[in-house]
Design a protein around this ligand. Sequence first.
Ligand code: IMP
Ligand code: MG
Length: 173
Amino acid sequence: MEGTALRELLYSEEQIAEEVGRLAREISQAYTGEGLILVVVLKGAFLFAADLARLIDLPLIVEFVRLSSYSGMNTTGRVIMSQDLEIPIAGKNVLIVEDIVDTGISLAFLRDRLLERQPKTLKICTLIDKKERRQREVAPDFVGFSCPGGFLVGYGLDLDEELRDLPAIYTVT
Ligand code: IMP
Ligand code: MG
């Protein structure tokens, strides 16, 4: 895979660092004086969350969930939470940290499952908002980059589990 895919730089390490810094400042301001639970969506958001968490100036708890989609013939979007939170979130400020929103199916599912647990607030932070193929209405509260489409790899984003480790983000063709 790695040998055959052609990649073109989309967001450099410097651009990513700048946006992550901006997001951390926005988030720190939005919750001033309060604590926050980051719900990091594995695996794709692991690098983003690691950088973001270090820059947010708030008392933080970091939790992880893992979502799996049943990839059938079409994308009617059956999603399950294959790894759940380890703590209750009722009455807490919760921020979902996602790598990329595409159809919105995964995030809509996670948002609805977490809302059932009655957090005090539930917001969404995504590094990349890819709007072209949106099927479910999801409006991220904190967005790093908006991009029209394409398939992206690097900085957590994978192509069949490869290329997550690249420090910058590329479009593959
Ligand atoms: P959605 O449910 O269609 O919004 O899909 C979201 C998930 O699909 C993301 O959390 C990513 O893990 C994956 N995904 C969507 N677009 C891309 C991409 O361009 N590159 C790598 N993974 C992607
Ligand atoms: Mg993901």
